[in-house]
Design a protein around this ligand. Sequence first.
Ligand SMILES: Nc1nc2c(ncn2[C@@H]2O[C@H](COP(=O)(O)OP(=O)(O)O)[C@@H](O)[C@H]2O)c(=O)[nH]1
Ligand SMILES: [Mg+2]
Ligand SMILES: [Zn+2]
Length: 307
Amino acid sequence: MKKGLIFRSTGKHYEVLIDDVMVSCSLRGKIRLSGLRTTNPIAAGDWVQVEVAEDGKSGNIISIEERKNYIIRRSVNLSKEAQIIASNITRAYLVVTLTFPETSPGFIDRFLVSAEAYRIPVTLIFHKMDQYENREAVEEFAKMYEKIGYQIIYSSIESGEGIEQLAKEVENGVFLFSGQSGAGKSSLISAINQNDDIRIGDVSEWSGKGQHTTTFAELFQMKENTYLVDTPGIKGFGLVEIPREEVGHYFPEFFQLLSECKFSNCMHLNEPGCAVISAIHSGACSESRYNSYVSIIEDDLEKYRKS
Ligand SMILES: Nc1nc2c(ncn2[C@@H]2O[C@H](COP(=O)(O)OP(=O)(O)O)[C@@H](O)[C@H]2O)c(=O)[nH]1
Ligand SMILES: [Mg+2]
Ligand SMILES: [Zn+2]
């Protein structure tokens, strides 16, 4: 039995890095995971135990090691089925473009809640900075998140801004790049990756097997012990698994105020003496964050509960 790291999958086949060799694996039987209903039992970033065939080129995945964390999203509206995007993430980079294409605050906040729930640190990358005529507007929006405690990077492939910093930061770990389709995830990954051949393994053979690049996340090895995860463009980000009373815990600036609310179990909706609502009124907290909060509770979680 050998331990390996899942690089990519089509849902049926898995490319697993074992002792620096890419082995094409399949999954025999069912792998049971604690009550989690997912469309994919194994995701990029998972560590697995593999029984490797004698020729060393193929293998069977026997078991999966416990995940340190993962990013999950509801795969279809009104469905309880969820998709694990990637697991065992050291830091997530959320690539944000405010206009090309538009990334909505709701999308950003849902991603942040998801990451907070599993304690995955997030950096917001405000990308394609070369394209903005009004840089100040982007910075003003970004500073709202900086104030809450998220790291911010401004970047552009065109001007080179932020690229060197980003390349230096990704060191030792699995670094996820997420964001809306067309935001520039794949471009950023190739820009910071010094390896000429970032795809290890026989890609020509692999790419015939399905649309893995558009459906599933995939790992790239940047250097030893450093992996970058490219994710498929996602249009929406439905939340799962979070009890509605807990959503407020994953908005750090609201959670901080909870002890000042009149009720210790305040949901910050219409309770009297709510410190969060006062903070929204005084401008200390952002209204757009609050709108996302309410929409997650009233929209996502209601749909999830009813399904
Ligand atoms: N102007 C500009 N365009 C960029 C930048 N980065 C990426 N793009 C373009 O944005 C489009 C989408 O990029 P891609 O990396 O495929 O996005 P992904 O869907 O998030 O992987 C492509 O046409 C890129 O050339 C940038 O910094 N500035
Ligand atoms: Mg891409
Ligand atoms: Zn409150």
